[in-house]
Design a protein around this ligand. Structure first.
Ligand code: 5GP
Length: 237
């Protein structure tokens, strides 16, 4: 199935598929990075957790009518996806103030955003993924105004569904980052991954952080936390 290594990112390797140019294999790595790659570590099992958690999220979204590039989990660390050309935007949805918005604006941590806030960042490591507005997105990427409307609408739909999904396992969805890509027909679809690497998740009972902030802020053992999330998801079914 998996053929040539096409690209290696911070968290995943991307492989071509031997007999189908419209498919890719994503292989989740055990590496964790933060602060634009300045902080790095390797965690045995992290790739497996993100692969399996992300697969469950995409399967749930499919059931709810939200399509993504996801086809199927192939094994513990790899998934088969539709090939897309990634639009270099990071679309962040926030339900509660945390992370960069607190640093950038002085809004108090834990402030509730109702309606949720959508922010765009330009996906460019060399620039540290700067916050941009719609006009910048039109200038810097190939999206149209209609594409931006569609992307934001999809991001808010994903938020609605994922808030319910995580609430069922006693986790509050604080914020998350999505990426979108264009498939062979030019359609914009949800791409990349949705995992505790890309979401902030707080335990509803204790307020404990159960996501990559554990690594970013040295709060404890990342693998134990990711294992706990996967166990809760498995117990839910
Ligand atoms: P913030 O802007 O507060 O740093 O991040 C907002 C949300 O988006 C968090 O859930 C964070 O995990 C996610 N996020 C933002 N940028 C990135 C990124 O470059 N990589 C990953 N894995 N997640 C990101």
């Amino acid at each position: 199935m998996k053929d040539k290594l096409l690209y290696e990112g911070k968290a995943k390797q991307v492989f071509t598929v031997a007999d189908d140019p419209n498919l890719l294999v994503l292989s989740y790595k055990n590496d964790a990075t933060a602060f634009n790659g300045e902080k790095k570590a390797e965690f045995q099992g992290k790739g497996r957790y993100n692969n399996l958690i992300s697969a469950k999220v995409f399967e749930y979204l499919h059931q709810k009518g939200i399509n993504s590039h996801f086809k199927e989990a192939l094994n513990e660390t790899e998934q088969l996806v539709e090939k897309t050309t990634i639009i270099p935007l990071e679309v962040v949805v926030r339900n509660v103030a945390a992370g960069s918005i607190v640093r950038r604006t002085g809004i108090e941590e834990k402030t509730i955003f109702n309606p949720p806030l959508v922010e765009l960042f330009y996906k460019k490591d060399e620039l540290g993924d700067p916050l941009i507005n719609d006009e910048h997105a039109l200038l810097l990427t190939d999206v149209t105004e209609a594409d931006l409307v569609k992307i934001k609408k999809m991001a808010l739909q994903v938020n609605e569904q994922l808030q319910a999904f995580f609430k069922e396992i006693n986790l509050q969805l604080v914020d998350f980052k999505l990426e979108f890509g264009r498939n062979a027909s030019g359609e914009i679809v949800l791409s990349d991954e949705v995992s505790p690497d890309t979401c902030r998740l707080w335990d509803i009972g204790t307020g404990e952080k159960m996501d990559k902030d554990v690594f970013r802020e040295d709060l404890g053992d990342l693998v134990t936390v990711y294992d706990n999330i996967l166990s809760r998801l498995e117990a839910k079914q």
